[in-house]
Design a protein around this ligand. Structure first.
Ligand code: ZN
Length: 261
C-alpha cells in the first residue's frame, strides 16, 4: 500500500501491528544516449509496482525520491545531483519523521550507487535512535541472483529494466554504441573502468567527472553488459524476481531484533 494514497487514520491503524516502511531512492542522471535520465528511479519504482500488485497489504511504500547524489555524472545535460551531504540530510529527515510516528524498520530499495554512502549514514543515524535500515541495491542483488543479469551504468541490465518499465523510453538507434572510453589522463595511465586506471597491473582510482572519460555515459566496468543484449523479457523476469526478493527480505527483516536504545 502506498503511503501517499492512505490517510493518516490508515497509517495509525497500520502502526498498531507493523513498523516497516519501504522507500525507493533513485537519481536523475545520464545513462547513455539509449536510456532516459530517470533510469535509476523507474526500475526500482517498477519493482515496487510489481510488489504492490502481488503483496499489496504487506507493507507501506513511501513516495520515491527521484533525486540522488551523482556528482561524477554532472556535465551531461539534465543530470542533477543533490550531493551526498544533502541526500543524507533529506533521508534523515524523512526517516526521523516516520520514526516519530512509530516506524522502526526502513527498507531502502535503491537504484543508484552514488546514493549508497548517504543511505548508510542514515542507517547508522536510525540505529542510534533504536531502528534499523536496510539498503537493497536492486542492480547488485539482481546480478547475484543471476550472473547473466550483472551490469553497469546504462548497460544491458539497466536497459532491460527500463524496457520492463516502459519500452518506448528506449532510443533503439543508440543501443549499439560502445562505451567510447578515452585515455583522458594520457597513455601512461590508461582508463580501465569508471575512474580506475591501470598502473603496472594494479587498479588506482583517480576521481574525475565521467564526462572526461566517456562521451556517451554508459559504462559496464569491464563486465560484458552491452545495451544491445537487453530485452524486455529479461527486464520483466528480473524486476519480478526482485519484487519477490524484496518480499522475502521484508519477512525476515520484520523479525530482526531492534537495537535497545
Ligand atoms: Zn543507473
Amino acid at each position: 500500500m502506498y503511503l501517499d494514497r492512505m490517510n493518516y487514520l490508515e497509517v495509525e491503524e497500520y502502526l498498531k501491528t507493523k513498523d516497516t516502511i519501504i522507500i525507493v531512492t533513485g537519481s536523475t542522471e545520464n545513462h547513455g544516449k539509449h536510456n532516459p535520465l530517470g533510469t535509476d528511479t523507474f526500475i526500482p519504482v517498477k519493482i515496487m509496482e510489481l510488489f504492490e500488485e502481488k503483496y499489496s497489504d504487506e507493507v507501506v511504500i513511501a513516495p520515491a525520491l527521484p533525486y540522488g547524489s551523482t556528482e561524477d555524472l554532472k556535465g551531461f545535460p539534465g543530470t542533477v545531483s543533490v550531493g551526498p551531504d544533502l541526500l543524507t540530510e533529506i533521508l534523515n529527515r524523512i526517516c526521523d519523521d516516520l520514526f516519530d510516528y512509530g516506524f522502526r524498520r526502513f527498507i531502502i530499495v535503491n537504484g543508484h550507487g552514488g546514493n549508497s554512502k548517504s543511505i548508510e549514514r542514515t542507517g547508522l543515524h536510525i540505529y542510534k535512535r533504536g531502528g534499523l535500515l536496510a539498503r537493497v541495491d536492486w542492480w547488485l542483488i539482481a546480478g547475484e541472483l543471476n550472473p547473466m543479469w550483472r551490469g553497469g551504468n546504462g548497460g544491458g541490465e539497466e536497459t532491460a529494466g527500463v524496457m520492463a518499465y516502459d519500452e518506448t523510453l528506449i532510443k533503439r538507434e543508440y543501443l549499439n554504441e560502445g562505451e567510447n572510453m578515452v585515455n583522458d589522463l594520457g597513455e601512461n595511465l590508461p582508463t580501465y573502468k569508471w575512474t580506475t586506471v591501470l598502473f603496472e597491473g594494479g587498479s588506482v582510482v583517480i576521481p574525475r567527472p565521467m564526462k572526461s572519460i566517456t562521451d556517451n555515459g554508459w559504462m559496464a566496468y569491464g563486465m560484458p553488459d552491452a545495451p544491445s543484449r537487453a530485452e524486455k523479457k529479461w527486464g520483466l523476469e528480473m524486476v519480478t524476481a526482485m519484487a519477490d526478493y524484496v518480499e522475502h527480505f521484508l519477512k525476515a527483516f520484520e523479525t530482526a531484533i531492534l537495537p535497545k536504545n
